[in-house]
Design a protein around this ligand. Structure first.
Ligand code: AMP
Ligand code: MG
Length: 365
């Protein structure tokens, strides 16, 4: 199958909507990452999303909805919150009013309209209203919820541009709508709300956890880490978002590494003469000079994200992808400078991206 990248004109939106109505798949831009969209209420279309991504069926999908949708419209159609306490219902309403459209996914008890394949057999469904105008135009045109997981092959780096989608899924889907680079660059924050009003964070993401806690006025429980194969939030699988070559997550930024740490890393990296570096430093040349002083005779490809969390999050996956596609044989990533907000979400992604390969280093925790 040939994959066409379409500019998001109204004509092309209509072409994409027609394809979706026929059960085909279309990659669409959202503010988080590009999604691989299919009719979320058509079991066949949903099955082909799993096939195109090579995604295991235990990993449920998020349904994307048009802006302006209300809890009253969702109730009895996609979700059943009839058992929610009045407080839980009020919180849910205010989360929807405040954070939709935007990178917040809400996990709620589902109605039978939602195919079990969408929820991987769970009694809940994940819902989100994307803020990207192209995703919204497509939702308006197609008039059905769109199941849209990230448009990458399973376990790999999420795409934040149409070209990255083509590299992942070219030849497998008919259309990619090109909406430019994603503004947030990280997947949505996934929050589950119980009928008693207990919120649980299933995945950190584009909406900072602290913003949700401030809004609700209470601490949010973190879902415990899960063993592979046990789905409640498969975004929490220990390996995910992974490049094809080894990636090690460092204990600190290069600027703060102690002499003993340098020795340990250099020993473990013996045999790699070209390293890919993902850094939160501002100045690539200064970092390159620092690295070359400590590590003579080694070539470096450097990606500097800078210390601003919004800018860094926007660039994270594209930088990882460039390093993965380049000539380096081993990638080293610094931890984000801040461990809150988007820094927390980026650390989550880097932990999972590196989890297959992290060497047995004795870093301070
Ligand atoms: P992706 O579409 O690749 O961003 O992945 C969607 C993620 O949403 C899954 O990996 C889960 O983390 C989460 N998710 C979707 N549906 C549910 C659900 N019913 N319960 C819990 N988490 C869900
Ligand atoms: Mg994904």
């Amino acid at each position: 199958m040939e994959t066409e990248i379409l500019s998001p004109t109204s004509e092309h939106i209509a072409v994409a909507a027609a394809a979706l109505r026929q059960g085909q798949l279309v990659a669409m831009p959202t503010e988080t990452v590009y999604g691989l969209a299919g009719n979320g209420l058509d079991e066949q279309a949903v099955a082909s999303i799993f096939a195109a991504k090579e995604r295991p069926r235990f990993d449920p999908l998020i349904l994307h909805l048009p802006a302006g949708v209300t809890l009253e419209e969702l109730q009895g159609w996609l979700v059943d919150v009839s058992a929610f306490t009045p407080t839980a219902r009020a919180w849910l309403g205010s989360l929807i009013d405040t954070f939709w459209p935007g990178p917040l996914t809400l996990v709620l008890p589902k109605c039978p309209t939602v195919p079990d394949l969408v929820s991987s057999g769970l009694p809940t469904v994940a819902l989100r209203v994307p803020a990207h105008p192209v995703a919204q135009a497509l939702l308006q045109a197609v008039q059905t919820p769109l199941a849209a997981p990230s448009a990458n092959r399973f376990g790999r780096i999420s795409p934040t541009s149409a070209q990255a989608v083509a590299a992942e899924l070219g030849g497998r889907i008919p259309y990619i709508l090109d909406g430019g680079a994603c503004a947030v660059g990280l997947e949505s924050t996934v929050l589950k709300l119980s009928p008693e009003g207990i919120p649980t964070l299933l995945r950190p993401g584009g909406i900072p956890l602290e913003a949700l806690e401030a809004h609700l006025g209470l601490p949010i429980h973190l879902a415990p880490e899960q063993a592979p194969g046990v789905p409640e939030a498969p975004g929490r699988l220990s390996s995910h978002y992974a490049p094809g070559k080894p990636l090690w997550l460092l204990p600190t930024a290069f600027a703060q590494l102690q002499p003993g740490d340098w020795q340990q890393i250099q020993h473990l990296a013996t045999g790699h003469s070209h390293l890919g570096i993902l850094s939160f430093a501002a100045d690539p040349q200064a970092l390159l000079n620092h690295l070359s002083r400590h590590w003579p005779g080694v070539l470096f490809s450097v990606e500097c994200l800078g210390s601003d969390p919004n800018t860094a999050a926007r660039a994270l996956f594209a930088s990882l992808r460039r390093l993965d596609e380049g000539d380096a044989t081993l990638l080293l990533a610094e931890p984000p400078p801040l461990s809150t907000g988007l820094g927390y979400a980026m650390m989550d992604r880097l932990r999972r991206a590196s989890s297959l390969w992290n060497p047995p280093l004795s870093w301070p925790s």
